[in-house]
Design a protein around this ligand. Structure first.
Ligand code: MN
Length: 265
């Protein structure tokens, strides 16, 4: 699990937290000129010339189609068409699949139910895929980093347990908000590195640029949008969520997501 990679690769479309939102992912890919053909068991994808996809992690949970998203992304990663780093939800699902996570969260139960309807062989492939996801990835000779919750400046290129934990979960301030949810520390305001860090994890109404970082988790599962960052162009492309798939305890998130929808509608 403690892997990172440096790839000499220029052109990527980096996708925020998908959380089982397959329809929105397919719509976003179409907007980015990826051709996807749905086959009985799999998807056949034709890439736009010279581009590949990368995912910031949290492919699974909360949305309606965890299995479909896994099938699509696993197929692309296996075919060398996409990269994906680990998100905290991907790791939680892996733990749940091996019986090592208590199942108080309804989204974990829902994902396990979906997986239970698939052949054993597929579940084995899913577990292997999730277990193999790197904590973060470096691209373009180190000018670009993709990490689920972000990375602090001194962490780039390192893969200790602490770096991995931060890349997956970030840090909390030790406080909780009005809904009892831990408050997340904002590392990006203190980031002064040259490497562009693309991350997700904490939903925002619109892509959030701070220093050389950008948060592209626009809360699709909460009824917001699914966003991709085109690199090196640094343009974002977003599609609206088809529904509020999951109600957050953090009402502010849902309100922000709904405000974004109204603006776009
Ligand atoms: Mn997430």
């Amino acid at each position: 699990m403690f892997r990172s990679s440096t790839r000499q690769l220029g052109h990527l479309d980096i996708v925020g937290d998908v959380h089982g939102c397959l329809d929105e992912l397919l719509e976003l890919m179409a907007a980015l000129q990826y051709r996807v053909e749905r086959q009985t068991e799999a998807f056949a994808v034709t890439l736009p010339r010279g581009r590949k996809l990368a995912f910031v992690g949290d492919l699974v949970n909360r949305g309606p189609a965890t299995v479909g998203v896994l099938r699509l992304v696993m197929g692309m990663v296996c075919a060398g068409q996409a990269f994906c780093v680990a998100g905290n939800h991907d790791v939680r699902l892996l733990k749940a699949m091996s019986g090592n996570e208590n199942l108080t969260a309804p989204f974990l139960v829902q994902s396990l139910d979906q997986l239970a309807q698939e052949p054993e062989e597929f579940r084995t492939q899913v577990a292997k895929f999730l277990r193999g996801l790197p904590a973060y990835s470096l691209f373009d000779g180190g000018k670009l980093a993709v990490a689920h919750a972000g990375l602090k400046e001194g962490m780039l290129g390192r893969t200790t347990a602490a770096v991995r934990r931060f890349a997956l979960q970030g840090e909390t301030t030790g406080e909780t908000d009005d809904y009892g949810v831990p408050v997340r520390a904002n590392w990006a305001t203190d980031y002064h590195g040259e490497t562009l860090i693309v991350y997700g994890h904490t939903p925002v109404a619109e892509p959030l640029w701070q220093n050389h970082t950008v948060n592209i988790d626009t809360g699709c599962a909460y009824g917001g949008q699914l966003t991709a960052l085109r690199y090196p162009e640094r343009e974002t492309v977003s599609v609206l969520a088809r529904a509020v798939h999951y109600k957050s305890r953090r009402r502010s998130l849902v309100n922000a997501a709904l405000a974004a929808r109204m603006e776009k509608a």
